[in-house]
Design a binder for this molecule. Structure first.
Ligand code: SF4
Length: 372
């Protein structure tokens, strides 16, 4: 099998051009074709000579992950299931919401952290994704939406009434105006900071002007709390945003919900978060999956007030999205509202996220890479 040109970073493309005796700027041209224009055919790279295109095509492919299927929720959310070159399967989610259109990407095949509220975590870990397998998810979603748009469907509403299985290959049309993807969140399958270098390289490509061109402040990386990763993220020059999956106000509860807390308890994680906010002066989003009777007690309100004191932050409450076999209870809408109200005086900003895509197992913590 020919090697995938999309797996080369710009620096690696420059090295390839040097090896072939081509000018360095050719690498930039190829990168733009691959990531900004998103072509699926090397012969479409029309500002390269025919000979150069032929040589590249002989040695390389530009394959994207194979789209196995899409499933649409009535709320407009679409879940994408992709097969990678080695046969592994991952999922990504497109979430339209008023003036936002967000793609949620995976960073690993499965996850080794086993959070109790998360379907991915129940299915074990297979491998890290390469950087291009992460950024290619955004490109593949953009191309899919483009192909639908060109067929007269709205990329934002995308609402087939029931589960719709898309045939593959779908018609890839790259000369229609790109549908607007405004935000990317690294909240799909896997822990991004256990695949740090690939995550940051992917985020840079998604952000780059010669890449997918999505503003750094519209790219959020969410971690379960890997202190070394948070510290390393503090040094990343781009203005990417950080989210921490908090989910409890004390170690005992957090360790039940998130076994990683036994390795990195709250004190260590929150110290890393404070290092980040002190150094970068930026707000952190704390994600808090609400599990009835476990982390929505009155004492959690008090403990959260203490834990988050002085941190520029937003607390995002997410009522549990149960997955098949999940033994945890989702709270009632009334208790979610009551919990949020008690927190408002204590935390700078509290929001309740009505998780989208829950009916198609595309909500937070529901991705599993299942093909059936
Ligand atoms: S919530 Fe994130 S870190 Fe936890 S098991 Fe799921 S994918 Fe892994």
């Amino acid at each position: 099998m020919t090697s995938n040109l999309r797996s080369l970073t710009l620096a690696q493309l420059e090295a390839l051009c040097a090896e072939l005796g081509w000018p360095r700027y050719t690498a930039g041209q190829v990168f733009i074709w691959l990531w900004q224009k998103g072509v699926n055919d090397i012969t479409a790279m029309t500002n390269l000579s025919k000979e150069r295109r032929a040589l590249l095509a002989e040695r390389h492919s530009v394959r994207l992950p194979e789209l196995l299927r899409t499933v649409n929720d009535e709320d407009g959310t679409t879940k994408f299931t992709f097969r990678l070159e080695d046969g592994n399967v991952i999922e990504s989610v497109f979430i339209p919401d008023n003036d936002r259109a967000t793609v949620c990407v995976s960073t690993q095949v499965g996850c080794k952290l086993g959070c109790a509220f998360c379907y991915t975590g129940q299915l074990g870990f297979k491998r890290n994704l390469a950087w291009n397998e992460i950024s290619a998810q955004v490109l593949a979603v953009r191309q899919y939406l483009g192909s639908r748009k060109s067929q007269g469907e709205s990329s934002k509403s995308g609402t087939a009434p029931d589960f719709a299985i898309s045939p593959f290959p779908f018609p890839l049309i790259t000369n229609v105006p790109f549908p607007l993807i405004t935000n990317v969140v690294f909240m799909g399958m896997g822990e991004p900071f256990l695949n740090f270098d690939a995550t940051i390289e992917a985020a840079k490509t998604i952000n780059a002007e010669n890449g997918l061109g999505i503003g750094a402040r519209h790219i959020t990386i969410s971690t379960s709390g890997i202190p070394e990763g948070i510290k390393a993220f503090t040094q990343v020059p781009q203005q990417f945003r950080l989210a921490l999956s908090l989910n409890a106000s004390d170690d005992e509860t957090r360790s039940k919900l998130m076994p990683v807390n036994k390795l990195h308890p709250l004190k260590e994680v929150m110290a890393a978060i404070r290092t980040y906010t002190d150094a970068r002066g930026k707000r952190v989003t704390f994600e808090y999956v609400l599990v009835d009777g476990m982390n929505n007690r009155d004492k959690d309100v008090k403990q959260l007030g203490v834990l988050l004191k002085g941190i520029p932050c937003k607390l995002n409450l997410i009522p549990l999205n149960p997955y098949p076999g999940c033994e945890l209870e989702a709270p009632t809408p009334e208790s979610v509202e009551a919990f949020a109200r008690k927190l408002w005086p204590l935390v700078p900003a509290v929001t309740v996220r009505r998780s989208k895509g829950a009916s198609i197992l595309a909500g937070c913590g529901q991705l599993a890479g299942l093909t059936e």
